[in-house]
Design a protein around this ligand. Structure first.
Ligand SMILES: Cc1cc2nc3c(=O)[nH]c(=O)nc-3n(C[C@H](O)[C@H](O)[C@H](O)COP(=O)(O)OP(=O)(O)OC[C@H]3O[C@@H](n4cnc5c(N)ncnc54)[C@H](O)[C@@H]3O)c2cc1C
Length: 507
């Protein structure tokens, strides 16, 4: 026993010396680091809880504990810990701090910054076992663990008589979305997902679990709503929810249609003229993609109106005047993601594909800017058949409730934003020619569109950032001095270093 302990500590010391500075390692040391990490994690002295799982490449549970939506420039892992208790989350963080183990928390695995790939042969702190969903009807709150995805909260909330702001897809984790701000169709009426937060439990870089709220660690409370991946690992979050009775009993009007590219500029002009700014209770998601049946590019549109059909038809009159072939229906709020956009959600949520993204915030709507992006991606489709599952997604949301929250309330910097432009390139993982073309076209589309966003320089919010943007364009130059000061206070050894890391000082 004593001997076993000695050898583990000896290997731990070796680990510290080999792996403490990941950037400085020659590849030759990676195998040694891997072996030492295994020794550390399987040492009986860890006393993991019975429901905590430790896994390694080849183990049945490893794939789930490390799975990612995008495998483009993804992190790689030598080991995963899926804690079953908050105490084991602390244990992992303490181990990582003591031995210099590079690691990243994983909740839904839907973060897709190309910069995540800087983590190689690391440790996945997989939070998927924290997947509880609790609704307190009297308090009108929802409490979720980081393993809970949007698909896990929609029906339970609706059935209990509530709704809440969500993202546009069912698969990301609710907490992962919220700590980057969280944008979606209800930004006009309710604000960001982060604006619904009431408190979180967070295990900090010191390994200590704390409640963070307006009254407990208020400085962290400001920082986690927009830069939350930088300050600790959140083990649960409580959100305020709204009653369905307060909003047309939770029923919305949906209008979906496709237009060929020949009609796209006229359509974009209608949007620019009539919906800029977007009414608070209206939202649109447009997809500029390739129709592989007709072999042409097209615009798919999904408009959602929070209110009655009669009011929706008035609000959507300029769109209805286009004379497209519409699919319309009144649907309950909890089915928006499943039904809208011709049921795009399962395809959009497929994991393990390279998804190479270039995104920008937009404050104004520009028909000319969108059309230019459409022309460029159509050129990409025509020349790169392997990339025809790619798309430009335009999310057009009201921002009235988002803008009504004082800028000083959270670190989220873009409360004047009214939409999001994302070029997402998808191709086969082995198709390096299409990947190269995607890199070129993506950078071109992003720089072509930047002058049309309404911002004096290109900006992007953290959930959609690629990771190659200047840090001011992601977190905002005015927020960075305080964010950097808090990073230094709460994560001085830069443990949370891979999810859009903040600097320790700024400027
Ligand atoms: C299909 C799809 C649809 C999306 N739709 C929207 C949308 O409508 N609105 C929107 O705002 N965003 C959207 N996003 C972006 C999404 O919000 C971010 O990718 C978010 O980071 C995903 O969180 P996750 O937990 O699923 O990802 P992960 O990859 O698990 O985590 C992302 C980052 O957060 C950190 N992190 C994970 N868990 C924790 C934790 N418990 N505590 C602290 N840090 C943690 C990770 O280390 C990583 O840096 C979408 C993404 C995808 C892929």
């Amino acid at each position: 026993m004593v001997k076993a302990k000695f050898s583990t500590w000896a290997s731990a010391l070796c680990f510290l010396s080999l792996c403490g500075d990941a950037a400085a390692h020659p590849a030759a040391t990676a195998a040694a680091c891997k072996a030492d990490l295994k020794g550390l994690l399987t040492d009986p002295a860890r006393h993991w809880a019975v429901n905590t799982t430790v896994s390694f490449p080849g183990d049945a549970t490893f794939a789930n504990a490390t799975e990612r939506w995008s495998i483009f420039s993804a992190p790689t892992y030598s080991a995963a810990v899926s804690p079953g208790t908050e105490a084991d989350v602390s244990k992992v963080i303490n181990l990582a701090r003591t031995y210099g183990i590079p690691f990243m928390a994983r909740s839904g695995g839907h973060g897709y910054a190309a910069s995540f790939g800087k983590l190689q042969n690391g440790l996945s702190l997989d939070m998927s076992k924290f997947n509880t969903v609790k609704i307190d009807s009297a308090a009108k709150t929802l409490t979720v663990g980081p393993g809970a995805r949007y698909r896990d909260i929609l029906d339970p909330l609706y059935n209990a008589g509530f709704y809440v702001q969500t993202g546009s897809c069912s698969c990301p984790s609710v907490i992962g979305v919220a700590i980057g701000g969280g944008v979606g169709r209800l930004m006009g009426e309710l604000g960001l997902t982060a604006d619904a937060l009431q408190s979180v439990r967070l295990v900090g870089a010191d390994g200590v679990a704390k409640t963070v709220s307006a009254t407990s660690y208020p400085d962290l409370w400001w920082a986690i709503r927009g830069a939350g991946a930088n300050f600790g690992v959140i083990t649960s979050a409580t959100f305020k929810v709204q009653t369905l009775a307060s909003n047309n009993n939770g029923n919305v009007f949906m209008l979906d249609f496709y237009l060929p590219k020949e009609k796209s500029l006229d359509y974009f002009k209608v949007i620019e003229k009539h919906y800029s700014p977007m009414p608070a209770n209206l939202a649109a998601v447009l997809v500029l993609n390739w129709n592989s049946t007709l072999n042409v590019s097209q615009v798919g549109s999904d408009w959602i109106f929070f209110g009655t059909e009669a009011d929706a038809r008035k609000a959507l009159a300029p769109i209805l005047a286009l004379g497209a072939q519409y699919i319309s229906a009144t649907i309950p709020w909890n089915k928006i993601i499943a039904i809208s956009g011709a049921g795009y959600d399962p395809e959009n949520c497929l994991p393990n594909k390279p998804r190479n993204s270039f995104s920008l915030n937009q404050k104004v709507y520009s028909a000319v800017g969108w059309q230019q992006g459409f022309e460029t991606i159509t050129d990409f489709f025509e020349k790169n058949p392997g990339g025809r599952a790619s798309q430009i997604m335009l999310e057009l949301f009201g921002n009235q409730a988002t803008a009504a929250v004082p800028a000083s309330e959270t670190c989220w910097p873009w409360r004047d934003v009214r939409g999001f432009f994302q070029a997402q390139f998808v191709y086969d993982a082995t198709d390096s020619a299409t990947q190269q073309a995607a890199n070129t076209y993506g950078a071109k589309i992003r720089s072509q569109y930047a002058p049309y966003t309404g911002y004096s320089k290109p900006t992007v919010f953290v959930n959609y950032a690629r990771g190659d943007e200047p840090i001011e364009n992601v977190f905002g130059a005015d927020k960075l001095p305080r964010l950097a000061q808090l990073k230094h206070k709460y994560d001085p050894s830069n443990l949370f270093a891979y999810g859009h890391p903040l600097p320790q000082s700024y400027p």
